[in-house]
Design a protein around this ligand. Structure first.
Ligand code: ZN
Length: 80
């Protein structure tokens, strides 16, 4: 039986399907009996999803406008 530490150490490979079959089976069996690791993987999966969305999402138009205004004001201030 895998330990919680072993499950945590290989969690990313398990979630991405990159773990070898026997390791996947070991993680699966561990998750059946360990609510802490189930919660850890749930939170890790959620964090990865949020990070991916943050990397893909373009800045809102309001943010672009605000940055353009700041850069324009900074540029005007430096020229004076
Ligand atoms: Zn565990």
């Amino acid at each position: 039986m895998l330990t919680c530490h072993q499950v945590a150490a290989g969690a990313t490979d398990y979630m991405e399907g990159a773990a070898p079959p026997l390791r996947r089976l070991g993680v699966w069996a561990h998750l059946r009996i360990c609510p802490n690791c189930r919660e850890y993987l749930r939170q890790l999966s959620r964090s990865i999803g949020l990070a991916r969305r943050a990397l893909v999402a373009a800045p809102a138009a309001e943010v672009e406008d605000a940055l353009a205004a700041i850069f324009a004001a900074h540029g005007q201030g430096a020229a004076e």
